[in-house]
Design a protein around this ligand. Structure first.
Ligand code: KG4
Ligand code: ZN
Length: 336
């Protein structure tokens, strides 16, 4: 069964064809990062306009690369939530038009469910139940994936997402947007124990995260040093910051696995590309004999292959959208 996936929730216009939820036949991503970088972050209105300009070419390219036409596709999966509303509406409207004219079923896909499914592409042996850490620019969640279409969110960020925290710390350190990958590179050269940064704690839920204090601590570190005229080693700050973020993420996931009796753990989302996080997850899982699944780097960030993969599982579970499908900016995975 071939699913055409369409994704436009943030700043990547993407389309892909995936066979049976696992095999990527084509995967096209048109990124807008260079333009948003000029503004230090994603400008929603610009994102919508670029999606509008690019979506036809991106979907056509995905079909062409797959050597297929829309007639060969069994269903169209589209990201309808959560995300920037103007951006989501472009993908949703395009997918509705395509489904209407081609008479193909339309399947609404939740973006976070898509990130989780990126692991099905990379690991044919992965099957629910398992625990998944989703860490991206907009989300930081610990999720019990009970089956392919059911989830329980047991931990979430109370303020900034992990990727957002990476990007804000990176900006303070003078890196371009989005700075997560530059921190990752700098951290490889730096001393991860050079500075004292706080491990943010959250009262109430043992799996929740809070990253805004850590971001402020980095800002204060830089400002205090410049006031005192002392030199800050950028690579060392990056390495220390990355170590602390990874420790916080890994600690909560491992605690959730221990308490929930999970021995299979996955990670997903843009931040799952972070080399420090991948190593920290690997060593924590190795120590405990847990199986760990990480997406290939090309499927960590936003893409439509993950949407087509999840679209397949949603499709076979019977999920369908009609011509009244709308985009939804905020929607919990538990409410789909
Ligand atoms: O999943 P994604 O592409 O978009 C959202 O759904 O939000 O995630 C983007 C986020 C950005 O904050 C970016 O800085 C971060 O993922 N990111 C990284 C790395 N690569 C991307 N953060 C840390 N280390 C990386 N190597
Ligand atoms: Zn995403």
């Amino acid at each position: 069964m071939y699913i055409l996936g369409i994704e436009s929730s943030c700043d990547e216009t993407a389309a892909a064809v995936v066979k049976d939820g696992r095999e990527v036949i084509s995967n096209v991503v048109a990124t807008q990062i260079a333009e948003h970088r000029l503004y230090g972050g994603v400008v929603p209105e610009i994102a919508s306009r670029r999606h509008c300009e690019n979506i036809y070419a991106v979907v056509s390219a995905a079909l062409e690369d797959a050597k297929m036409t829309i007639d060969d596709i069994d269903a169209i999966g589209v990201t309808y939530a959560p995300g920037l509303i103007g951006a989501l509406l472009v993908g949703v409207s395009f997918a509705k038009g395509l489904a209407l004219t081609s008479k193909k079923p339309l399947v609404p896909v939740h973006h976070i469910a898509g990130h989780i499914a990126s692991n099905y592409i990379s690991h044919s042996e992965l099957e629910p139940p398992y625990l998944c850490l989703v860490a991206s620019g907009g989300h930081s969640h610990i999720i019990e994936v009970t089956d392919y279409t059911h989830y329980k969110v047991i931990g979430r960020t109370r303020d900034d997402a992990a990727g957002e925290c990476f990007d804000k710390a990176a900006r303070t350190l003078g890196f371009e947007y989005p700075g997560g990958k530059f921190i990752d590179e700098a951290a490889k050269r730096g001393n991860a124990y050079a500075y004292d940064l706080p491990h943010p704690r959250v009262a109430g839920s043992e799996y929740d995260f809070s990253f805004s204090g850590l971001k402020t601590a980095v800002i204060n570190l830089i400002h205090n040093a410049s006031q005192k005229g002392t030199k800050i080693e950028r690579d060392d700050v990056a390495a220390t910051f990355q170590r602390v973020v990874c420790e916080v993420l890994v600690k909560n996931v491992i605690k959730a696995a221990e308490n929930g009796g999970y021995d299979t753990i996955a990670a997903a989302g843009g931040v799952s590309a972070n080399s420090g996080l991948r190593e920290a997850m690997e060593s924590a899982c190795r120590e405990r004999g847990y199986r760990l699944f990480l997406p290939e780097l090309k499927y960590c960030g936003d893409n439509a292959a993950m949407i087509a993969s999840q679209g397949y599982y949603d499709f076979i579970s019977g999920k369908r959208a009609d011509m009244s499908l709308n985009g939804i900016a905020t929607l919990s995975l538990e409410d789909i």
